[in-house]
Write a protein that binds this ligand. Structure first.
Ligand code: ASP
Ligand code: MG
Length: 436
């Protein structure tokens, strides 16, 4: 049984929603995971923020503006009055719920209830639409089986245990529709898998049901070998290993939620990245296989901060790095890149929430230098320790650009370089021209 996930742009208009049947085969048993209609989750975030700030008037006007959009949406989606009426009931229900939250004491718990409405609306509307055109579907409530534990880690065994009976109860049904992104946490409250989390839902369901394949349908024809917004002539990568895909998803390529690679990798479920706007295009296939001896792709991640800690006490001392890392751990700030010398260590973070506190604590070790507006350039491929020449090719292409840090050998799939964001465009173009 395949799992097909359609992102926000793929369900972004009634017209596109109707076109999904060009891709979904109503004769095949499958699970269809939908995101919220594009733009909806952003609006829900704003509504939640307005409530959290105590600004009920602002929340009400944001709710009205979003509801107006859906009033138009359903008019175009449904042809028959009785189904339009059902569509109207769906949106009335969800928007009443959003409005009623103004009566409650508003906390993060209510905020997550708000964020969940986008996927609940898109899946219910699509379910009713398919009913109108005579395609029977079963709506699977993700809140009945998607679960995360105390550490916000998804519980694959729990998902298997709870989704299997729902599927078995309907042996003749072909299309099952469910919500991406939303789940329950260890308290049983409504929660989510973070922004872009519908991909993660698809891969978790794929793992939980040992699916033959997970398909992630978006609006681009797969992962590209460089950033198409910056470099001309990029091309989709036909095949990637899970490790390569994980590096790329994290560094830049916005097309796949980075964590979604891991469940598929663990249960060996192939993942295909495909384009709703061009369904025949081959896309990118992610499997365990890796094409050796090849630079596959280049990606960049902006908004990086480099922190250098220099101390003569580091010389020949042990435990120094541990004490530095503990500072970051205390502030729940993850470190992306590290390079060390005998008397200094440089590392990068992308979360500035606690930067001032971190800096203050690090000063007890020695001098601390912080450089903002940095970019990580990540070159991905299969370069095991026995291979040679890759680092030289990368550095040759970047010889006219100042490099702040280099990391190579951390994994067999990645070489990362830290440069100033001002040099990013030139770096990506130069690497592209010299490597591909
Ligand atoms: N609707 C959610 C978001 O916009 C999840 C997703 O689309 O993957 O982040
Ligand atoms: Mg996405």
């Amino acid at each position: 049984m395949k799992v097909l996930k359609f992102g926000g742009t793929s369900v972004g208009s009634p017209e596109l929603m109707k076109k999904l049947l060009d891709i979904i085969d109503p004769a095949e048993r499958q699970i269809v995971v939908l995101s919220a209609v594009s733009g909806t989750t952003n609006s829900l975030v704003e509504i939640g923020q307005a409530y959290l700030a105590g600004d009920k008037a602002k929340a009400a006007s944001l709710i009205k503006a979003l509801k107006d959009k859906y009033e138009i949406f359903i008019k175009e989606l449904f042809a028959k009055p009785e189904y339009l009426e059902q569509g109207k009931e769906v949106i009335d229900y969800h928007f009443d719920l959003l409005s009623k939250l103004s009566n409650d004491l508003f906390t993060n718990i209510e905020d997550k209830v708000i964020l969940a409405q986008g996927e609940l609306i898109s899946t219910t509307l699509y379910h009713v639409y398919l009913k109108e055109i005579g395609v029977a579907t079963v709506l699977l409530p993700a809140l009945d089986f998607m679960k995360i534990d105390e550490d916000n880690e998804p519980m694959v065994d729990y998902i298997t245990e709870h989704i299997t009976p729902l599927l078995e109860a309907r042996p003749d049904n072909k299309i099952f529709i469910t919500q991406g992104y939303i789940c329950r946490n260890s308290f049983g409250e409504i929660d989510n898998l973070r922004r872009g989390g519908s991909d993660y839902t698809a891969s978790l369901i794929g793992a939980a049901i040992r699916s033959e394949e997970v398909q992630i349908w978006t609006d681009i024809d797969g992962m590209h070998n460089n950033d198409p917004r910056i470099v001309k002539g990029t091309s989709p990568i036909a095949q990637l290993s899970f490790d390569e895909a994980a590096e790329l998803a994290y560094f830049g390529a916005k097309i796949l939620h980075p964590q979604s690679v891991f469940p598929a990798q663990k249960y060996k479920i192939p993942v295909r990245l495909l384009n709703t706007m061009d369904p025949k295009a081959a896309g990118t296939l992610i499997t365990n296989a890796s094409e050796s001896d090849k630079i596959k792709s280049i990606a960049a991640k902006d908004g990086i901060i480099a922190i250098k800690v220099q101390s003569s006490r580091m010389l020949l001392a042990y435990g120094f790095l541990r004490r530095i890392f503990e500072v970051f751990e205390r502030y729940k700030t993850s470190i992306d890149m590290i390079t060390t010398s005998e008397v200094a260590v440089s590392l990068t973070v992308d979360d500035t929430t606690h930067l001032a506190d971190i800096e203050k604590e690090l000063l007890s070790f020695g001098t601390v230098d912080i450089d903002k507006d940095q970019t990580i350039i990540c070159v991905v491929g299969d370069f095991g320790a026995e291979k040679h020449g890759y680092a030289a090719r990368v550095l040759e292409a970047l010889k006219h650009i100042p490099i702040r840090m280099i990391s190579y050998g951390g994994s067999e799939n990645n070489m990362s370089l830290l440069i100033s964001t001002a040099d990013k465009t030139e770096a990506l173009r130069s690497l592209h021209n010299r490597i591909f």
